[in-house]
Design a protein around this ligand. Structure first.
Ligand SMILES: NC(=O)c1ccc[n+]([C@@H]2O[C@H](COP(=O)([O-])OP(=O)(O)OC[C@H]3O[C@@H](n4cnc5c(N)ncnc54)[C@H](O)[C@@H]3O)[C@@H](O)[C@H]2O)c1
Length: 289
């Protein structure tokens, strides 16, 4: 891959896990003209992933964000329940499977055994160690974090997370691909929570503690940050959109790596135990039903 200075958009991309994030990642790469292969855990999960990509494209077309018909873009996307069918010549593989080391290591190693030497491998993890995930690979130099944000098509940022082993040529290429998607990259050294999750989760946890202590209600806390500090979205509304379960898992990881300031508040644990996971379950800190 060294020496090739002409590349802008990857011609073909593999996405592992076609959930909320994976479907969005597949959508944005297919929209730039790439051929995309999405690998899901089985055929019924593949059907659901295909529908997510299709719905995402329909929504983008409704908003006037697609230069082509949605069906034309969708034609470039193949969704399969079998990772072994990943084409070997993809330029990039991004995994977006659940935030668990063992699942991520498993799918990344399986992908590496299929793809060619020039393929870049990336993880969309929000908080796990890129060095630890990369250590399971034969060639960790081709691996880094590509941390997309939710919803992927509308978000402006991709955090590019480099481990000590990541080769500079790989980082440079990925930064170029991010810009080709019309997004901005920030390069962050591999460390717990990177830049975004570390700061975003800390703010969210403090807002939950303030709610617990009765300092103010959810809307007042969010308004304070939205109007007082010009945050586009308050920390509690943002936690509802990300998912309380997702936030709790990240907080637990940061608690174990960075210390007490990331200890998850009891209210967060109680809400997750009660199934109040935010917008996706109809209720979190707000009522979304
Ligand atoms: N939700 C967010 O706001 C957000 C933001 C940034 C990053 N992330 C990260 O993105 C990743 C995915 O999050 P999500 O919210 O899209 O989760 P999700 O649960 O919506 O999607 C995960 C998908 O992976 C699939 N999957 C599970 N095991 C698999 C396997 N072995 N092979 C192939 N597919 C498999 C599931 O069927 C599911 O469709 C996580 O690492 C998360 O931390 C999430």
């Amino acid at each position: 891959m060294d020496g090739d200075k002409t590349v802008t958009v990857p011609g073909s991309v593999g996405v592992i896990g076609g959930g909320r994030m994976g479907a969005g990642i597949a959508q944005v790469f297919a929209t730039t003209g790439a051929t995309v292969f999405v690998a899901e855990s089985d055929e019924s999960a593949a059907d659901a992933a295909r529908k997510r990509v299709s719905d995402g494209l329909a929504k983008a077309a409704e908003r006037g964000k697609l230069a082509e018909e949605p069906a034309v873009v969708l034609d470039r996307v193949t969704v399969s329940g079998d990772l072994a069918r990943l084409p070997s010549n993809v330029d990039l593989v991004v995994e977006a499977v659940p935030e668990r080391v063992e699942i991520k290591v498993d799918v990344l190693s399986r992908a590496e055994s299929v793809v060619s030497d020039g393929t870049v491998l990336a993880s969309n993890t929000s908080s796990l160690s890129i060095a630890e995930l990369g250590a399971a690979l034969r060639e960790p130099g081709r691996f880094l974090g590509m941390h997309f944000f939710n919803p992927v098509p509308a978000s402006a940022l991709v955090e590019v997370v480099t481990a000590p082993a990541t080769r500079d040529v790989v980082t440079d290429r990925v930064r170029e691909w991010v810009r080709a998607l019309g997004k901005t990259d920030v390069v962050v050294r591999d460390s717990p929570g990177f830049a975004t999750s570390r700061l975003g989760v800390l703010l969210g946890l403090e807002a939950i503690r303030m709610l617990e202590e009765g300092v103010a209600d959810a809307k007042a806390i969010d308004d304070a940050m939205e109007l007082g500090y010009r945050h586009p979205m308050g920390p509690l509304r943002s936690t509802d959109l990300v998912g309380l379960d997702v936030r709790l898992a990240i907080a637990e990881h940061l608690h174990s790596t960075l210390g007490e300031r990331f200890a998850p508040p009891q209210l967060l644990r109680d809400k997750v135990a009660a199934g109040e996971l935010g917008r996706k379950s109809g209720r979190g800190f707000y009522d979304w039903s």
